[in-house]
Design a protein around this ligand. Structure first.
Ligand SMILES: Cc1cc2nc3c(=O)[nH]c(=O)nc-3n(C[C@H](O)[C@H](O)[C@H](O)COP(=O)(O)OP(=O)(O)OC[C@H]3O[C@@H](n4cnc5c(N)ncnc54)[C@H](O)[C@@H]3O)c2cc1C
Length: 260
């Protein structure tokens, strides 16, 4: 059952947004697909008038405004990006994130701030070395990996996300109860044309994470060792969708699938 906010604000400057967000029980409102469905009551601060919905390619980086919806991001990628760019990998993750009614509302910033353990979009952003811009009100940059690894969600309004944008090939594999369900475990690979491959997983820990040790084996061409090492990253306690042993088995299977 959707929850009603106790108050609704729609500021038009970042400073006024942050002043409001410093009040107790006041939350940033992206698309509201999580906040209004699960989290409110409290006041909400709508981010729509803050001009945080631009997307710009600048050489080998892509900058995405935090208030861009998943559909807007997918459309921009379809219009501009090449097949040997990270675009297909991002588009697949967006497609799998939920039905179009959800993608039309959910924002990139809200998806990141939710820090959900099953988000394949977060896994893709991780392998693309995403960096967040946080408004605190100082402009701070923080690697997405650090934002996800922090025990408590870091303070600040996410205003934008920057990704490295090079030619290469990506692949993502998952196990799920049904094709439309959240993945139980997923593994994402990004292999740039020049440079080392990056691996990330969901469903094996509290939040999506990079598999750095497995990557070092992969760089040496040792896929079996990469798969075995990925298993040591599993800390998920297990749940009704898959116990720890299943998730440990699956992460190795999926590392092999994306690497072969
Ligand atoms: C049908 C359905 C399917 C879903 N499927 C998935 C799925 O497959 N994968 C998945 O990961 N999630 C899924 N979700 C959960 C949730 O919708 C996502 O996490 C979503 O991407 C949140 O985006 P939003 O813009 O709607 O965030 P909101 O609901 O607006 O906000 C979520 C949280 O982020 C904070 N926030 C929002 N924007 C910012 C910002 N710019 N800076 C700082 N904090 C901010 C809010 O205060 C709140 O705490 C699903 C939800 C529904 C209803």
């Amino acid at each position: 059952m959707p929850k009603s906010p106790t108050a609704y604000h729609r500021p038009d400057t970042l400073d006024s947004a942050l002043q409001l967000l410093n009040q107790p029980d006041t939350f940033a409102l992206g698309g509201g697909t999580k906040l209004l469905a699960h989290d409110v009551p409290g006041a909400v601060v709508d981010l729509q008038k803050l001009a945080l919905n631009q997307i710009t390619w600048n050489g080998d980086t892509l900058s995405i405004g935090a208030a861009l919806t998943l559909t807007e991001l997918a459309d921009a990628l379809a219009a501009q990006a090449a097949a040997d760019s990270p675009a297909p990998l991002l588009q697949q993750a967006i497609q799998q994130a939920g039905p179009n009614t959800y993608r039309n509302a959910a924002t990139v910033g809200g998806s990141i701030a939710s820090r959900l353990p099953d988000s394949e979009l977060l896994a893709v952003l991780l392998v693309l070395d995403a960096t967040l811009t946080l408004y605190t009100p100082q402009q701070q940059t923080l690697p997405l990996a650090d934002y996800l690894a922090a025990a408590e969600r870091p303070f600040g309004l996410i205003t934008g996300i920057t990704l490295s944008w090079h030619t290469g090939q990506g692949k993502s594999e998952r196990v799920a109860r049904t094709p439309a369900d959240y993945p139980i475990v997923s593994v994402t690979l990004w292999q740039p044309q020049q440079g080392n491959a990056a691996l990330a997983a969901t469903g094996i820990a509290q939040r999506p994470l990079r598999l750095h040790t497995a990557e070092t084996h992969l760089h040496q061409g040792h896929i079996e060792q990469a798969a075995a090492t990925a298993q040591t990253a599993v800390t998920h306690p297990g749940d009704f969708r898959g116990d720890t042993a299943y998730r440990t088995e699956m992460v190795a299977v999926l590392v092999k699938r994306v690497c072969k």
